[in-house]
Design a binder for this molecule. Structure first.
Ligand SMILES: NC(=O)c1ccc[n+]([C@@H]2O[C@H](COP(=O)([O-])OP(=O)(O)OC[C@H]3O[C@@H](n4cnc5c(N)ncnc54)[C@H](OP(=O)(O)O)[C@@H]3O)[C@@H](O)[C@H]2O)c1
Length: 335
């Protein structure tokens, strides 16, 4: 019997925050897999800020999603047909499945995951791309050392929440910046951060000064804009500024707000460096081993916000920008 997929197509490039006008939801037959391909029934779709960049018709580290194409997204699911030697029916896999309920994709781009070790959705968060981003961004790009003060923005999100916890595991101080008192309480009371700054209700520069009395050795930036600018004023000598993301700017890349306080880099002999997690692809195993161990021993915790139903894609995606979610945001597509 021919399988049917429900899929979300990029029909018009967004200006500003994407809305339902930018996507079409349609049903389509799933093709028979060719040699090397695998058909996967999607369980969870990952909603990531990077997807906003993939909707733009501009050169980046991956080509843009074309008009008329299935919206690109990571996902986890179960193999329902396979013509790839590495995968059999019933296996669980992680990869770029797209925003669709059933995906026919090259098996070479998939990784096997084990649902008996962690819930499937965790492979999109703490044990997936965001967790690995936090790990290499902090330890390699940020060159974390014991006793450092780490300041991280987007701290209650998928990447930021892991950055702060790894900092603590490695003997550093962790200060998080997040939106709203509930998220700030969560950072300190549940995740063990030393302090939290509510950028929606507090004077960020004054609070960085108060919570980082010995200045900031690593600033891990997920948001850019005014918060990056404020963080630059409190760098310690030899500080590392990790440019992981700039979500505050993603919906208006024509008028990006740059950091006017950049001269502190000179005065403090600091460096600012961007990175893409894929640069560390050959070392993902290291991150997976450490993070898996920390999860098992309870040193690492994570939260998820799960939205149900592929039809909710646009509303769910908007939560990345409104902040109406905690931890990793995923779209549940099937049981
Ligand atoms: N370099 C890489 O390879 C790589 C890989 C993965 C992710 N990233 C980047 O890492 C960052 C975090 O990604 P994530 O997946 O962990 O997302 P996330 O933090 O789980 O979700 C985004 C969060 O950003 C905050 N936010 C939204 N608009 C904001 C604004 N205008 N000002 C300040 N904060 C704002 C919201 O939290 P509040 O409620 O606190 O506002 C929201 O929950 C993104 O910039 C992403 O592009 C980079």
């Amino acid at each position: 019997m021919t399988q049917t997929t429900t899929r979300v197509i990029l029909s018009k490039r967004p200006e500003g925050l994407p809305s339902d006008d930018n996507f079409t939801i349609e049903k389509a037959p799933v093709p028979e897999p060719a040699e090397g391909e695998v058909v996967v029934a999607t369980k969870y779709i990952s909603l990531d800020p990077a997807m906003r960049g993939w909707m733009r018709d501009a050169p980046s580290y991956v080509p843009p999603v074309g008009i008329g194409e299935v919206m690109r997204a990571g996902g986890v699911g179960e193999v329902i047909a396979s013509r790839h030697p590495k995968f059999s029916v019933g296996d669980h896999v992680n990869g770029l499945l797209g925003v669709q309920t059933v995906a026919c994709v090259p098996g070479d781009g998939l990784h096997a995951v084990d649902p008996s070790l962690a819930p499937l959705s965790a492979y999109l968060g703490v044990l997936g791309m965001p967790g690995i981003t936090a790990y290499f961004g902090l330890l390699e790009v940020g060159a974390l050392a014991e006793g450092d003060t780490v300041l991280v923005s987007g701290a209650a999100g998928a990447v930021g929440s892991i950055v702060g916890q790894i900092a603590k595991i490695k003997g550093a101080r962790a200060v998080g910046i997040a939106g709203g008192p509930d998220k700030c309480r969560h950072l300190v009371d549940e995740l063990g951060f030393d302090a939290a700054i509510d950028y929606k209700n507090e004077d960020v520069a004054a609070r960085i000064k108060a919570t980082c009395p010995d200045r900031v050795n690593v600033y891990f930036d997920n948001v850019g804009g005014e918060i990056l600018n404020a963080a630059l004023t409190r760098l310690a000598t030899g500080a590392r500024v990790v440019i992981c993301g700039a979500i505050s700017q993603y919906n208006n890349l024509e008028e990006v707000k740059g950091p006017s306080n950049y001269m502190t880099l000179l005065v403090r002999r600091a460096r600012m460096e961007g990175f893409i997690v894929f640069d560390y692809a050959e070392r993902y195993g290291e991150a997976f081993r450490d993070m898996g161990g920390w999860l098992t021993t309870g040193k690492l915790r994570y939260r998820e916000t799960v939205v149900e139903g592929i039809e909710q894609f646009t509303d769910a995606f908007a939560k990345l920008f409104s902040g109406d979610k905690l931890g990793k945001l995923v779209l549940k597509v099937s049981d």
